[in-house]
Write a protein that binds this ligand. Structure first.
Ligand SMILES: Cc1cc2nc3c(=O)[nH]c(=O)nc-3n(C[C@H](O)[C@H](O)[C@H](O)COP(=O)(O)OP(=O)(O)OC[C@H]3O[C@@H](n4cnc5c(N)ncnc54)[C@H](O)[C@@H]3O)c2cc1C
Ligand SMILES: C[S@@+](CC[C@H](N)C(=O)[O-])C[C@H]1O[C@@H](n2cnc3c(N)ncnc32)[C@H](O)[C@@H]1O
Length: 659
């Protein structure tokens, strides 16, 4: 990676030190950034001793205001390697309004050869970071970074998690007052675990008073370098955190034993298994077929693609985080580029007026071009390698994936045991958790069961209240031709076509409600070919599509599972009857504050309804479930976590008096 020069929009390099152009302040001490970090943040929070004292499979969460160059992160990770037990897990949540470019991070962290390993690991995943939340998994899950790319005042109130130690590292309070406002420090306290500590290099009066007002006992201790003093604090009285209403609150921690059965080995189930295994769980992955990815996730090729809204809807927030999370994972999972996936980009064409308006609104927002760029017609044709009729939005980091290859890679972990050819027919709650049964016979039992069985997820008595529906879809497989070979990106409009794998293009896909057959039909091939003709007539001609006989074309049909609001369903499951009784009063006044805890079915979770975007939403869904089950910070804003919560439908029905 080439070092950033003076062209960096955020950093002004002065005497080899990074200085913020906007704030006119240094990112860290000119004396030695790394030594300062060790003194102020690592020692200031007593991390070496606390980490050495963790239980063998302990967890620790750091919260940071101001990710900056990643120096604190890299230094903390280095200490974690030295001091924490090998099976322990570090969670690092950091907020950053102006994420730096990779070249800036590379140049800064390059100042310390002892951090080279952590710098390389970070840079292997770091690209121009778009606004939103981002989850980075390092060292097979030993270290997980959740980066909240946005303003601290907006981001922290949406965070759900319990932080053990805080690195308060905004620029100097006089230059960067927003980072030290009482309302930000109140959020720091809200997000703190019992006994949480904080440390900062500044002793500014407003910071000390703000921390005290938020509930920290603060003391001044010797500072680093030219700074005489610094502050460290301990939370005295944890405030009562009420982020989620009780009906969406997290269940109390599950059994200490980290063992789960996941029902369904498609994208949702394998993603769940992967996220749990990365946290030291033993997982039995159960499927009714003899192979994994045998249903919707068995398509030969899929587009890593989402239509983002210019408004920050839950779906758009989920999709932005999910797109980036899946795209990063593809290169880390040992998949073969070109055979299993290709980050060749996705071009969404402006195929009608409403699409043009959506795209121009999105393009007017603050997305880095490495994430999303608007192209005119000639740029779009050049990108695509074939002539297209309009401009569009180009997502350079996404592309196509072979879903079964992704499922295989996700499920390949020594802690994941496959149990294939076994259909789960019912569940039974037992003292040690849940028994998964096939008829009268138990298949296996575990403290935790996650149902990731797509449309069949509501076939269990415990989940029968989930309003799932199936949407049939068919892909058409067309042999490539010399004239179609130049196609270089996935093209999307009302349908999509991807560059060929093994000489075959996938084009799709149809959407049929009220049809649960998975038979391939000529009529749906005709529909897919018509979509291609509208999307890219040049490609249609290049493939000789006019002469193709739909009755002889190959294809694949499967059922997507969708929810009424088109969001996935991810999270813990309640006893529906007791839920209705607990919150019955909401039917008369939906604004009532009710403290009754939700009647969870302890240890039972669901992960389904990934609709037409499983590649975008499923991998991240595993991380969300793992956050519930391992009591970790969620990878998504609290409002999005609530928006995909399984209890939302019961609640809506209750409020509309339909329960
Ligand atoms: C034609 C078509 C094209 C698509 N194109 C794209 C695309 O381009 N991009 C994209 O992101 N998404 C696409 N999708 C959507 C994507 O395929 C799905 O979102 C995703 O596969 C859903 O994964 P899943 O694990 O929830 O479901 P599935 O893959 O269906 O897995 C569910 C699993 O549960 C198992 N199961 C069910 N009941 C039981 C039981 N009782 N006991 C044991 N096992 C059970 C099933 O055997 C199955 O293996 C497409 C879908 C279709 C149909
Ligand atoms: C002193 S630097 C952090 C240094 C960093 N911890 C490191 O290890 O390199 C302060 C950071 O706070 C960020 N920042 C400033 N104001 C912010 C705000 N309102 N919201 C979020 N981040 C902000 C800056 O962009 C900058 O990266």
């Amino acid at each position: 990676m080439s070092p950033a020069g003076d062209t960096s929009p955020l950093i002004d390099w002065q005497d080899g030190q990074p200085v913020s152009r906007h704030f006119g302040d240094v990112y860290f001490s000119r004396d030695s950034g790394l030594e300062e970090t060790r003194h102020v943040f690592l020692e200031g929070n007593g991390l070496r001793e606390r980490w050495a004292a963790l239980p063998p499979r302990g967890r620790f969460t750091i919260g940071e205001t101001g990710f900056g160059t990643g120096l604190n992160f890299a230094a903390a990770w280095a200490l974690w390697e030295e001091a924490a037990p090998a099976e322990a897990r570090l969670r690092y949540v950091s907020v950053e309004r102006d994420p730096l470019a990779p070249a800036d991070i590379a140049r800064t962290l390059g100042m310390w050869p002892e951090l080279a390993r952590y710098r390389e690991a970070l840079l292997a995943q770091w690209s121009e970071v778009p606004p939103g939340w981002h989850r980075f998994v390092f060292a097979g899950g030993r270290v997980v970074l959740t980066l909240l790319a946005g303003d601290v005042s907006a981001a922290l109130p949406r965070l759900d998690g319990r932080v053990d130690a805080w690195f308060l590292d905004g620029f100097a309070p006089a230059r960067n007052p927003e980072m030290w406002q009482p309302k930000v420090l109140a959020q720091v306290a809200r997000l703190s675990a019992t006994g949480a500590t904080c440390a900062t290099y500044t002793v500014a009066g407003e910071v000390r008073r703000g921390l005290e007002a938020a509930g920290f006992a603060v003391e001044k201790t010797p500072g680093f370098g030219r700074k005489r003093e610094m502050l460290r604090g301990v939370l005295r009285t944890p405030p009562r955190s009420r982020w989620h209403a009780p009906w969406f609150a997290r269940p109390a921690r599950h059994a200490e034993e980290r063992r789960a059965i996941v029902i369904g080995a498609g994208l949702a189930g394998t993603s769940t298994a992967a996220s749990l295994a990365a946290r030291g769980w033993s997982v039995m992955l159960l499927d009714r077929h003899e192979t994994i990815a045998a249903e919707a996730s068995g398509n030969p090729q899929g587009a890593l693609y989402a239509r983002l809204s210019p408004h920050a809807t839950a779906l758009t927030e989920f999709a932005t985080t999910g797109l980036e999370y899946t795209a990063r994972g593809l290169s880390l999972l040992g998949l073969e580029r070109g055979a299993d996936y290709d980050p060749c980009g996705v071009l969404q064409l402006e195929y009608d007026d409403s699409e043009r308006i959506r795209q121009s609104r999105l393009a007017a927002q603050d997305w880095p071009t490495g994430f999303l760029a608007r192209l005119d017609r000639s740029e779009a044709s050049a990108r695509a390698g074939v002539a297209v009729l309009s401009g569009g939005l180009f997502f350079p980091r996404t592309g196509w994936v072979r879903p079964p290859a992704l499922c295989n890679a996700l499920a390949t972990h020594p802690a994941v045991e496959m149990a294939l050819g076994r259909a789960a027919l019912s569940l039974r709650q037992v003292t040690s958790g849940w028994e998964v049964r096939a008829g009268a016979a138990p298949i296996a039992s575990a403290p935790v069961v996650v149902i990731a069985a797509s449309g069949a997820s509501a076939a269990f008595g415990e989940t029968a209240h989930l309003p799932l529906r199936s949407i049939r879809g068919q892909l058409t497989l067309v042999p490539e031709s010399p004239a179609s070979r130049p196609l270089r990106t996935v093209l999307c409009g009302e349908g999509y076509i991807a560059p060929a794998i093994g000489g075959i293009h996938s084009l799709g896909a149809t959407h049929k409600f009220r049809d649960t057959s998975t038979r391939v039909t000529a009529a749906e091939h005709t529909e897919n070919l018509a979509k291609l003709a509208a999307l890219a007539p040049a490609l249609y001609a290049a493939l000789g599509a006019e002469r193709l006989d739909p009755t002889r074309l190959a294809g694949r049909a499967a059922l997507r599972c969708s929810s009424p609001d088109y969001l996935p369903i991810i999270g813990p499951v309640v006893d529906a009857t007791r839920f209705a009784a607990a919150y019955a009063r909401l039917a008369h006044d939906a604004t009532l504050e009710i403290d009754t805890p939700s009647p969870w079915l302890d240890g039972l979770c669901v992960n389904t309804a990934h609709g037409s975007r499983g590649l975008v939403t499923a991998p991240l869904s595993g991380e969300l479930l793992a956050a519930y089950l391992d009591d970790e910070p969620a990878p998504l804003p609290g409002s999005v976590v609530d928006a995909v919560h399984p209890s939302r439908f019961l609640l809506r029905r209750l409020i509309r008096r339909r329960l």
